[in-house]
Write a protein that binds this ligand. Structure first.
Ligand code: ARG
Length: 466
């Protein structure tokens, strides 16, 4: 019976050739795991060197293997390599080509190894490289925020809670909040690298091997701190992928919050920032518009990254030890999350570096919404010895009066204020301006420009070492 006849009406379409084609389609991972070619070849070269040094294969065979693998690397990089779905994955594609190139010696490469430890190794190497790429990108983003903070340590803007004007802060202080967030992401990346820095190569299928291999040698050759300590765990562990997705999700979530702020700040109603033309688009019908598309897309792409985390957690949650084919589903999630995150960080770094800050609009907004009410209450506590709860109440009456007169707190007359509490003196006006309000918040980590500059100095020193 031909394959064609074996197909049935329901399969139809692209699976017209029957069960064999369906199996190939569901089983093959080469479509996405070819991304691991460099790691696969690196791992195989290190493995073959170790096999030769321990006398498991001859030096002669090892040379042929290494030479063949290098040829394959070049073929792939020059797009001359023909990937075959029939050969399932990157490991078998490389091995089959090696046999074409060097003959029987190729068959010795897989001694004391299985695709289970091979894929665990390749993927770990890839994730480790990606963690390092993210670290570099995050450092760039942090540097941009530190620079903007330096320029705007004294630029007053409203601070918000519930997106309602709360108290005046500085834009520099706001920028440094993002430095804290992204620096935590960076430290999560570093922690994750530290934890995953072990080589699974040599765990073989699941139980280790009887060949006298040297796992410490391959671990070292591949840049790992040491080999993993349990062969079962080595082939069934995907924590490094889950950690990458977790770190990526938290970082993406930070980027998304920032994106949301940029969307709000760039509206004509706020007008705090103006995005550069490179990071915004016009409308095809409304000439006045400048849309923050890049920020919106950063916000949206967070959904994809977070989704991949839940996706892989769900793949892993029911798997008995050790390897199950389910685990082949780990790669697309991580590859897509990585590509997405890299782009998100790059877009944000560009956007924040390029955007124009409208200091006038920020300052004007900072003074609205009775943002210095807390300063008035604090003045009553400090100058009149009033208990804070009572000061809060008195201030509430001052806000109500200002509201009824449709003016800001600083525009109330001394008579107005005395009608609320006769202890109030002219001195109170010194705290009612946004500038003085901000200047007074000198507590450690507070928004006073002097304090913000102190934190900038701290981070510059720390990042120089990072
Ligand atoms: N392509 C497979 C994966 O990504 C490689 C490991 C295959 N191992 C096996 N026992 N079938 O997981």
């Amino acid at each position: 019976m031909s394959d064609k006849k074996a197909s049935n009406q329901m399969w139809g379409g692209r699976f017209a050739s029957g069960p064999a084609a369906i199996m190939e389609a569901i089983n093959a991972s080469i479509g996405f795991d070819k991304k691991l070619y460099a790691q696969d070849i690196r791992g195989s070269v290190a493995h073959s060197e170790m096999l030769a040094e321990t006398g498991i294969i001859s030096g002669d065979d090892q040379q042929k293997i290494a030479h063949g693998l290098n040829t394959i690397l070049r073929e792939i990089e020059d797009s001359k390599f023909e990937f075959s779905t029939r050969l399932e994955d990157i490991h078998m594609n490389v091995e089959a080509r090696l046999a074409d190139l060097i003959g029987p010696a190729a068959g010795r490469l897989h001694t004391a190894r299985s695709r289970n430890d091979q894929v665990a190794l390749d993927f770990r190497l890839w994730v480790k490289d990606e963690f390092n790429r993210v670290a570099v990108a995050l450092k760039g983003l942090i540097a941009v925020f530190v620079e903007r903070a330096e320029q705007h340590a004294g630029t007053v803007m409203p601070g918000f809670t519930h997106l309602q004007t709360a108290q005046p802060v500085t834009f520099g202080h706001h920028c440094m909040a993002y430095v804290e967030m992204f620096a935590r992401d960076l430290s999560r990346v570093r922690d994750a690298i530290e934890r995953m820095d072990e080589s699974p190569l040599g765990a073989a299928a699941l139980a280790g091997t009887g060949f006298p291999i040297d796992r410490f040698q391959t671990a070292k050759a591949l840049g790992f701190r040491e080999p993993t300590r349990n062969s079962l765990d080595s082939v069934s562990d995907r924590d490094y992928a889950l950690e990458f997705l977790s770190v990526a999700s938290i970082c993406a979530t930070h980027l998304s919050r920032l994106a949301e702020e940029i969307v709000i700040w760039s509206t004509p109603q706020f007008g705090f920032v103006r995005l550069s033309d490179s990071f915004s688009t016009g409308s095809s019908i409304m000439p006045q518009k400048k849309n923050p598309d890049a920020a919106e897309l950063v916000r949206a792409k967070t959904g994809r990254v977070n989704g991949h985390l839940i996706g892989l957690l769900t793949v892993m949650k029911g798997l008995p030890l050790t390897y199950s084919k389910d685990m082949q589903e780990d790669k697309e999630a991580v590859f897509d999350a990585a590509e997405t995150l890299d782009l998100m960080i790059a877009a944000m770094t560009g956007m924040v570096g390029d955007m124009t800050i409208n200091e006038q609009a920020m300052k004007k907004a900072a003074g609205s919404g009775y943002s210095t009410a807390t300063d008035l209450a604090d003045w009553l506590v400090r100058s009149l010895g009033m208990p804070f709860r009572e000061a809060h109440h008195v201030t509430g009456r001052a806000v109500a009066l200002a509201e009824s007169k449709k003016v800001g707190l600083e525009k109330l007359t001394i008579e107005d204020l005395k009608s609320i509490h006769d202890g109030i003196t002219e001195d109170v006006f010194s705290v009612l301006s946004v500038q003085n309000s901000v200047k007074s918040r000198t507590s450690f980590g507070g928004t006073a420009p002097a304090e913000v500059r102190k934190q900038i100095r701290y981070w510059k020193k720390r990042l120089a070492k990072a």
